[in-house]
Design a protein around this ligand. Structure first.
Ligand code: F58
Length: 795
């Protein structure tokens, strides 16, 4: 450890000299990486010793995704070494930012759900709470996106290298997971129990990643499982080469979508590996009797992907610990809690019974028994057939994982107020009536340590100069910025920082994608996964409208805007891929038209990931949060952008609703139909986009352009889009909301005309964003669900 720049330099140079090497960037990266890991290791050991010495209740966050982003710079920030290291390296002629860029980002997640898990890990450690993660160590994270002729192509990625990986193999802690086999009844001294005969064993080997909390105090663990070939006896009926191949595939790659059509078995194997390995790990030599699990362990399942933890815990308690059903059920349902992240029907997991029956025969029997007992109790309560059907876990040969997750857990939460209400009143109405105290809301949050302090050090410094440093520990104190929202000198400083962050983004884009952007234009940013409900289509159709207007109305010459897009589509999601193609096609049309280019510029950032987000978010002035109301469970990008002073153009959806509540609608650009209206249309099936097209020449023209392929590089590239808008009756209400969206954009232009007023609104957004720190969310989970105590300080 060191306390000054000089000390760091000495330390660093000694290490470099050890290797008899010059100050190349690669060598500097390696040295810094090793040094950081040594510092971390020390405190990590101390935290672990403390957990062993004074066993307090621990939380385990089970998640199929942890989208952690690069770790080197963030660890330095959390250790409070970042500035010292940066300045020290500067003096040695090295740039820390360039060194950081040598780290490959582990893309172990798809989007919001995975990134939320990473933010939660950071907040748990930073609040000195005993909370750890369990996940999978995919060899290949999310695919790398490239554009070829404007189309998305996907390349597999590999983040694991020969050395300097973020995680460390713990081969002595490997466990064995059983697939297939036959369930046998065995009569023993303790009564009848079930065993699995002739299973196919897979070895799960853990890799541990330190999660460094603020000030380096508490260092928790993210444990990721890798599937490997087991040395145990292998069923003679199977082929060993096939087995080896199938085993390697289990943690070979992250699933890029919800589509269960391909690789169903593999996905199920992944889910079971996560649940079984983690539970075996937790219950190996526990320091407490299994009867006391709920007092010692809390398990949060992140969506239904780890819901097999419910039957697996039952299996371990009954088959391995000889507990009776009732007792095992009582323990399980006091240990596990569940977070729901979606109401989209297609994203609600369902597994064919026969699939689980053949892959996990014992687990299937347990699920069947849970369902049977639950239905029996419902029948005794005199429930109607309709309610019984809705509440059944198994229905028509499929297992509804969300129902299993609700029935088998003690708390169920949605991720924003509106989403939780929709769950309670509509999607899970009957379940909520059955378990009235189970459902609760925990509005998502984001860690301000990555999304403000790390991503935007210049703004963080300005905030600290203005209100002092206490906001770092207590982010709700950002509200003290309110009193500076009309202070001209502060506003000018804010504008200067925004300009700088815009220029940094421009530099980055020019270097990596050879794109030149005008720093004076309005930076309007739409970054997220591509999905119909997120309505990237509405954004690009609006740009098409603007294009048409500039071309045909010589009086319309709006202030220059750069529209940034970033995001990936699931490889099999053809509609979303056509929208990507459409954006790229319109981009080349707009960007190469000398007249239009004066006013509009489209930039599609290739391969959007956490690292790109860290460049884009601080530079944003307008944040596009335009989902069809009721569809976006929360959104978290919306919060990151708000915290960096971007103004939101958005619908009353997800956490936008609470953001508008905090900042006041007058400091945002709110538009579009409300959730109730949308749900009413859906219920009555009364929305007919054809009527809109027929009655609106501007929209009709746009549809013609689409249908003839004028803006999509040929008709064939728009067939899914046209079909969705017409035959599928525009399920995301794009045409219904587009005028209201266009009006909101007009308001943006007007507001931007007054730079001081704009800056004031931006500052008000930052000031109101503190509540969206994940520190707040985690504290609420701890108070209401997990009941954790703080880890005593180890310094
Ligand atoms: C997201 N879900 C929600 N799913 O869409 C978003 O509103 C919310 O803010 C966020 O969770 C955190 O609560 C999400 O990201 C996925 O990424 C799926 C995971 C399984 C494979 C397919 C994508």
């Amino acid at each position: 450890m060191f306390s000054s720049k000089e000390e760091f330099k000495k330390f660093f140079m000694n290490r470099i000299a050890d290797k008899r090497s010059q100050k190349s960037l690669e060598m500097a990266f390696e040295t810094l990486w090793e040094m950081t890991h040594e510092w971390i290791q020390e405190n990590w050991n101390r935290t672990n010793q403390l957990y062993e010495k004074e066993p307090e209740k621990q939380l385990y966050y089970f998640s199929i995704e942890f989208l952690i982003g690069r770790v080197l710079g963030q660890n330095l920030v959390n250790l409070n070494f970042y500035d010292v290291v940066k300045e020290g390296l500067d003096e040695l002629g090295l740039k820390l930012s360039e060194i950081e860029e040598l780290e490959d980002e582990p893309g172990l997640g798809n989007g919001g759900l995975g990134r939320l898990a990473a933010c939660f890990m950071d907040s748990l450690a930073s609040l000195a709470l005993p909370g750890h993660g369990y996940g999978l160590r995919y060899k290949g994270g999310l695919f790398t996106q490239h554009f070829v002729n404007g189309n998305q192509t996907e390349q597999p990625t590999k983040w694991i290298k020969e050395k300097n990986n973020a995680d460390a193999r713990q081969k002595d802690l490997a466990v064995e997971v059983a697939y297939y086999g036959d369930v046998q009844l065995v009569v023993g001294t303790a009564g009848v129990k079930r065993t699995i005969e002739n299973p196919v064993w897979v070895k799960a080997v853990p890799y541990d990643l330190p999660i460094v909390g603020a000030n380096g105090g508490t260092i928790n663990t993210l444990r990721l499982w890798q599937a490997e070939v087991s040395e145990r006896p292998f069923p003679s009926t199977k082929d060993h080469t096939v087995y080896e191949h199938e085993t390697a595939k289990i943690t070979d790659r992250l699933y890029p979508d919800d589509s269960l059509e391909s690789g169903k078995i593999l996905r199920l194997k992944q889910q079971y590996l996560l649940c079984s390995a983690s539970l075996q790990d937790l219950l190996r030599n526990p320091s407490f009797p299994v009867e006391e699990i709920p007092e010692n362990i809390a398990i949060q399942i992140n969506d239904t992907h780890p819901a097999l933890a419910i039957p697996e815990l039952m299996r371990i308690l009954i088959d391995d610990h000889s507990l009776g059903w009732e007792q095992a059920w009582d323990i399980t349902t006091r240990t596990i809690s569940y977070t729901n992240h979606t109401i989209l029907t297609e994203a609600m997991e369902k597994w064919d019974c026969h699939l689980i029956q053949s892959l996990l025969p014992r687990i299937y029997l347990i699920i069947e028994e849970i369902d049977l007992r639950f239905k029996e109790s419902l029948q005794n309560q005199g429930k109607t057939v309709d309610v019984l059907r809705k509440l059944s876990i198994i229905e028509e040969g499929v297992i509804k994982m969300a129902v299993l997750a609700v029935v088998g857990s003690y708390k169920v939460n949605g991720v924003a107020k509106l989403h939780t209400n929709i769950l309670k009143k509509r999607e899970m109405k009957e379940l909520n009536e059955q378990f009235p105290n189970k459902f609760h809301n925990k509005t998502n949050g984001i860690t301000h340590r990555r999304w403000l302090i790390k991503a935007n050090p210049e703004l963080s410094e300005l905030i600290t100069e203005t209100i002092g440093a206490r906001w770092v520990k207590e982010p709700e104190r950002l509200d003290e910025l309110h009193s500076f929202a009309q202070n001209p000198s502060f506003l000018q400083d804010f504008q200067a920082v925004k300009k700088l962050k815009k220029e940094q983004l421009i530099y980055h884009l020019q270097r990596d994608q050879n794109i030149v952007v005008d720093s004076a234009s309005i930076f309007d940013i739409h970054i997220k996964r591509f999905h119909g409900y997120k309505r990237q289509l509405m954004n690009i159709l609006h740009i098409q409208m603007l294009y048409n207007r500039i071309k045909h109305d010589s009086t319309y010459r709006p202030y220059p805007r750069t529209f940034f897009f970033g995001g990936k589509a699931a490889p099999t999601y053809h509609f979303a891929k056509q929208v990507i193609k459409m954006i790229n096609t319109i981009a080349s049309k707009v960007n190469n038209d000398p007249l239009v280019r004066e006013h509009l510029h489209i930039v599609f950032v290739e391969n959007y990931n956490v690292t790109q987000a860290e460049y884009l978010i601080p530079a944003a002035e307008v944040s596009e949060q335009i989902s069809t109301a009721s569809k976006e469970a929360s959104g978290t990008g919306n919060m990151k952008l708000m915290m960096n002073g971007a103004l939101t153009i958005g619908t009353f959806d997800g956490a936008n609703v609470e953001m508008f509540e905090q900042v006041g609608e007058e400091n945002a650009f709110v538009f579009g139909m409300r959730a109730e209206e949308i749900m009413q249309y859906e219920k009555e099936k009364s929305y007919n986009p054809k009527e809109i097209i027929e009655g609106d020449p501007e929209i009709a023209k746009m549809m013609r352009q689409l249908a003839t392929g004028k803006f999509t590089d040929g008709k064939i590239n728009a067939d899914f889009i046209v079909e969705q808008l017409l035959e599928d009756k525009d399920p995301y209400f794009v045409l219904k909301d587009i005028h209201s969206y266009a009006k909101a954009h007009e308001k943006i232009l007007k507001a931007y005309d007054n730079p001081m007023k704009w800056a004031e609104m931006s500052v008000k957004n930052m000031a109101a964003s503190g509540i969206f720190s994940s520190d707040r969310t985690i504290q609420q989970y701890s108070d209401d669900v997990w009941h954790l105590s703080k880890v005593p300080s180890i310094h």
